[in-house]
Design a binder for this molecule. Structure first.
Ligand code: NI
Length: 429
């Protein structure tokens, strides 16, 4: 059976783990993914794909031509790591101090190579073509745009796109496949409050930028609580603040950095305008000035309903229908939205919560991959008390359950193969 991708993917499980561990050992930051791109390009070429490297600096595009006529599907995987010092103690931990695959993109790249292997094996039955896109610099929200500007969506232009993110806080064997809003829009901003320096004992002769900054931090949250429609999610976070040089000097300047997360672009516009209005009024009241700079906007991840229904059927075929949920939304952001804004498609979240007990034992657990494992309660792990909870993404102790890799490859191969086989105009959904 050409479409039994779930069992075919299991035969690739060892290879998927080997790729993932290699990438994990050799993490590369945004736009530096030379070694990763080299491995990816080499394997795609070996499978007979037409490969282009250096797309959007370090991105890779591979095209698999099916033997039958048909449309074009795009599959997107991200490759970059984070500037985090790994503390997992895993035997395949990062060999580069200060760099770590702490978001699972090592797994995404491995899954991409797995999907390419599975679909290349069906080339004579495959309709249309599959465009594999291995993207750099997702973590800084710039890689997708770089690849698009380099022409990654042209010649051929895709008719549909699919992608995934592994998720360490969701049990293995579960997935979220959701139409409409999935992940948030992200804005990054820099805010500077400009006062007037003076002696700390004579504050009336200056304008205290630290005092104004304190009011600003507190009052900005009233935009979220008072100006935003409570039915529209939004988060405003100040993540960094620097100001002042000495204990007895009134600080002249305070620099802050933060992020705004929204789903709805009208809500976003309201908050942006209110931030300016509030800061202008506040600074006027104290005789201070401010500079608010917005940059690196990533749009919200919004999935096409038809592509999502198709992807949900593929996920259900691999995981079982009861393992596929249509929520929740999350406030994290992903620049896959740049592709989804230009090509109808669907991006899904695949559970990859590590099994801590399996890790602490020496031998294999004897359980074949695939079953949902949702136990999160305490176990009899030695070393005191309850099992450590799964580590979130971007933690120095982040890890995934590698049994998610063949599941992800199977779902994407199944979704892509079947979507291409039926002309999109005849899609039952
Ligand atoms: Ni990520």
């Amino acid at each position: 059976m050409t479409s039994d991708f779930a069992s075919l993917a299991q035969t690739l499980a060892d290879q998927l783990v080997a790729w993932r561990r290699y990438f994990h050992r050799h993490p590369e930051l945004a736009f530096q993914e030379e070694r990763t791109a080299g491995i990816v390009a080499g394997h795609l070429a070996q499978l007979g794909l037409e490969v282009q490297t250096g797309v959007g600096r370090t991105g890779v595009v591979g095209i698999l031509e099916g033997a039958q006529p048909g449309p074009t599907a795009l599959l997107r995987f991200d490759m970059d790591a984070l500037p985090i010092h790994e503390e997992t103690g895993l035997p395949f931990a990062s060999q580069t101090p200060g760099k770590m695959h702490a978001c699972g993109h090592d797994g995404h790249s491995a899954i991409g190579l797995g999907v390419a292997t599975l679909l290349a094996g069906q080339q004579e039955h495959l309709a249309g073509r599959v465009k594999f896109l291995f993207q750099p610099a997702e973590e800084i929200g710039q890689g997708a745009r770089a690849m698009i500007e380099a022409g990654a969506l042209l010649d051929p232009a895709p008719d549909v796109m699919f992608g995934l993110h592994l998720w360490s806080l969701m049990p293995l064997g579960q997935a979220v496949v959701k139409a409409g809003s999935l992940w948030a829009a992200a804005d990054r901003f820099a805010l500077e409050i400009i006062g007037h320096g003076s002696h700390g004992a004579m504050p009336h002769q200056g304008i205290d930028a630290i005092a104004v900054a304190a009011f600003a931090i507190a009052q900005l949250q009233t935009i979220i609580s008072r100006d935003r429609d409570p039915l529209q999610p939004a988060v405003l976070t100040i993540g960094a603040i620097h100001g002042g040089d000495a204990f007895n000097v009134l600080a002249e300047r305070v620099q802050m950095e933060g992020t705004l997360r929204t789903f709805d672009l009208a809500t976003r516009a309201t908050i942006l305008a209110r931030m300016d209005g509030l800061l202008a009024g506040l600074c006027a009241a104290y005789g201070a000035a401010y500079r608010l700079t917005w940059r690196d906007f990533t749009p919200p991840v919004i999935n096409d309903p038809r592509a999502t229904a198709h992807l949900r059927a593929a996920a259900a075929a691999v995981l079982g229908a009861e393992a596929v949920a249509d929520g929740p939304m999350m406030m994290v952001a992903e620049d896959v939205s740049e592709f989804l804004n230009r090509t109808p498609g669907s991006f899904f979240v695949l559970g990859a919560m590590p099994d801590r007990r399996a890790r602490s034992e020496t031998g294999p657990s004897g359980e074949a991959g695939g079953g949902a494992r949702s136990e999160t309660g305490p176990s009899g792990e030695a070393g005191g008390g309850a099992t450590a909870p799964a580590e979130p993404h971007h933690s120095p102790r982040f890890d995934i359950d590698e049994r998610a890799l063949p599941l992800g490859a199977a779902i994407l191969a199944h979704a892509t193969y079947t979507w291409l086989l039926h002309s999109p105009t005849q899609q039952p959904t």
